[in-house]
Design a binder for this molecule. Structure first.
Ligand SMILES: N[C@@H](CCC(=O)N[C@@H](CS)C(=O)NCC(=O)O)C(=O)O
Length: 203
């Protein structure tokens, strides 16, 4: 299989983490794509130009981090990242959506600060910085939820990749005032799958 990524993408990082956690390194070739580039050759592979993008062994091509993570997780028939079904289903979905909402805002912010200076919008940057503060406050409460303390699941993976986006955002200071979130994040960030996929610092 071929997994297209960029080293800084937190969505691609989620898929890369699943590859490592599931021991799929020898089956999945990781390829750095050139995104956000006029006429990138990557657009011939994935017309949307986004990462992550998985080309399966049977030739079927998948987009969207959640879909790719689920596919990789289910390959061996023993998924470990699945959220619960039954009574806890909506709690799991709610938490995953909250984590993705935070991550989506952070990537808009990250994209903005990588534009040429004269194209950056201070309004967008302020809006996303403020959103990130509200979301960190919210997660300082939600982090007590039992589903955030089970073995790694999709809600946890998504939140950890959001918090772990910090090298790309020099003004994203989520740690002060959020001791529970810090305690939760530390052991997850220390896992090999996370240390091996830390995004490069914003220049
Ligand atoms: N909803 C998508 C988002 C993927 C996404 O936006 N990826 C960004 C990198 S963080 C990208 O490929 N951007 C390139 C572009 O917008 O052309 C997912 O979860 O996979």
């Amino acid at each position: 299989m071929r997994l297209y990524i960029t080293p800084g993408s937190p969505y691609a990082r989620m898929a890369r983490i699943v590859v490592i956690e599931k021991g799929l390194e020898s089956r999945v070739e990781i390829i750095a794509a050139q995104t956000r580039l006029t006429d990138s050759p990557y657009y011939k592979i994935n017309p949307s130009g986004r990462v992550p993008y998985l080309i399966r062994d049977d030739g079927v091509e998948l987009e969207e981090s959640a879909v790719i993570c689920a596919y990789l997780d289910q390959l061996d028939g023993r998924p470990i990242f699945d959220l619960p079904t039954g009574e806890q289903e909506w709690e799991g979905r709610r938490l995953e959506a909250l984590a993705r909402s935070m991550l989506d805002g952070l990537t808009v912010w990250g994209r903005e600060i990588t534009r040429p200076k004269d194209e950056q919008s201070p309004t967008v940057i302020r809006h996303e910085r403020d959103r990130s503060k509200r979301m960190a406050d919210l997660w300082e409460q939600e982090i007590d939820h039992p589903l955030m303390h089970t073995p790694l699941n999709m809600a946890q993976l998504t939140l950890a990749c959001a918090l772990g986006f910090e090298p790309r955002l020099p003004d994203f200071h989520w740690r002060p005032g959020h001791p529970k979130l810090c305690d939760w994040f530390s052991p997850i960030a220390a896992r090999t799958s996370f240390t091996a996929t830390v995004p490069p610092k914003h220049q």
